[in-house]
Design a protein around this ligand. Structure first.
Ligand SMILES: [Zn+2]
Length: 145
């Protein structure tokens, strides 16, 4: 039994209806972040348990990047941020995933890294109904043909 938190999340998403789900890509799930400290904060979870991006073959790297760009385009179209931060870290959850973080000039620390105020994220958790509302707004703007 895998004890990876992201594998568990992927399993839940594969089981069906999930208010955080924006879109299921061939290789990843595009979901709402649990908090909205940054409006439009989302994640892209690779479906397979792979620890590092370089461990994917070139075709999968390219496909995942395409999905990341489609997800990002939808967030930008929905929220018009000043900038996007893409973070693929995996120090806590060693499973390839991306944090897609819109940044705004209204943030006094917009030049700093997005975890500067991580201790405040929990004050910005959103409930399932709100996740579903925002997910629907973003989904409309996905450039999927
Ligand atoms: Zn995993």
């Amino acid at each position: 039994m895998c004890d990876c938190a992201i594998c568990h999340r992927v399993e839940q998403l594969q089981k069906g209806a999930n208010p955080a789900l924006i879109y299921e890509f061939p290789h990843s799930f595009f979901i709402m972040g649990d908090h909205q400290y940054y409006s439009g904060y989302c994640l892209l979870l690779y479906k397979q348990h792979v620890r590092e991006l370089h461990e994917l073959n070139t075709e999968l790297q390219t496909a995942l990047h395409r999905e990341l760009m489609q997800a990002t385009s939808a967030i930008v179209k929905t929220f018009s941020p000043w900038k996007i931060n893409h973070c693929c870290l995996g120090n806590t959850d060693e499973h390839v995933h991306w944090h897609i973080i819109p940044r705004y000039l209204s943030d006094p620390d917009y030049r700093k890294h997005p975890w500067l105020h991580a201790d405040e994220f929990s004050a910005h958790f959103i409930d399932d109904a709100r996740k579903a509302e925002i997910a629907a707004l973003i989904k409309v703007n996905l450039p999927i043909k």
